[in-house]
Write a protein that binds this ligand. Structure first.
Ligand SMILES: [Fe+2]
Length: 289
């Protein structure tokens, strides 16, 4: 008499497990696709920089990367994210590449939105591998029309009260030819910030007296498993994947932003899109040397 009850329990147990598993997969899939991809994290950090002049004490850099317009964002989505960037009151805006994924046709429609971004010391950008792959000229034109200085193996000085800070940008490591020698004629005792789409370029930059490298490209791996971390990252984003690193045996710090968009799969898990606010402080050890 008890056998049919047991069978029924087993049946219910198995059915419950199966539906629970399917439910969890569906919820995780929905969350990764529809929620986390739009759930932007604002990360704030303070960095001490050798040779930073007093005039630039507390300079606020707002750093964003990898928008992937066309796949992750349409032009009409931009005001929401750009308003968040502007609300952070940047002194200096840095974009580290991959404005598009594979289509540049909608870029003219984005210019009015990007134009509204304002920062007293300027807006600077480098191109990413997707930008190079599909139409570097169109991406460069859009950024320039939007008021960005596009640094392609070049640099620009910003100045305040007679003090200077060098902003250097190199070409993408995957599709371009980064050339630091060409980009930056080394000037001793000038604090230098490098923009490089690929974070692993830091191993080359570390040979130069550069204080800080800002990068994107990795997307943080997009999917990060608890205790394990990222599963896969693109070439030249294998060593420096997300957050702040001190490059060994050098004075270089590299900061990797996880980006705002996605590639390959339009999902993120435990790896929220990100806008970073980096406040620079004077290293008293080097001050006034
Ligand atoms: Fe990217």
């Amino acid at each position: 008499m008890s056998e049919p009850v047991l069978t029924r329990r087993q049946f219910l147990k198995r059915s419950f497990s199966k539906w629970l598993g399917l439910g969890l997969i569906s919820i995780t899939g929905f969350y990764s696709y529809a929620i986390e991809t739009k759930w932007i994290e604002i990360e704030k950090l303070s960095l001490t920089i050798p040779h930073l002049p007093d005039a630039f004490q507390n300079l606020r850099i707002v750093h964003f990367s990898d928008l992937h317009i066309g796949l992750s964002y349409d032009p009409e989505d931009l005001p929401t994210v750009l308003d968040q960037i502007q609300a952070l009151n940047p002194d200096l805006l840095c974009f580290t590449g991959d404005l598009v994924t594979d289509d540049t046709s909608m870029l003219p429609a984005t210019v009015p939105f990007f134009k509204k971004l304002q920062a007293p010391f300027g807006k600077f950008a480098v191109l990413g591998n997707h930008d190079y792959r599909h139409s570097a000229e169109n991406v460069k034109k859009c950024l320039q029309q939007s008021g960005f200085h596009v640094l392609l193996n070049s640099h620009q000085m910003i100045e305040k009260d007679g003090s200077r800070l060098a902003i250097v940008g190199v070409d993408d490591q995957v599709e371009g030819v980064p050339d630091l020698e060409k980009a930056w004629h080394q000037q001793q005792n000038v604090a230098t910030i490098l923009l490089s789409h690929c974070p692993d370029f830091a191993d080359i930059a570390a040979k130069y007296p550069i204080a800080l490298q800002l990068s994107g490209h990795s997307h943080g791996g997009q999917v990060r498993l608890p205790l394990i971390g990222h599963i896969v990252t693109p070439p030249f984003a294998k060593k420096y994947v997300q957050g702040l690193y001190s490059v060994p045996q050098s004075s270089l710090q590299v900061y990797v932003n996880r980006g705002l968009g996605t590639t390959l799969l339009p999902i993120r898990f435990h790896c929220r899109p990100q806008i970073s606010v980096i406040e620079l402080t004077v290293d008293k050890h080097f001050a006034n040397q």
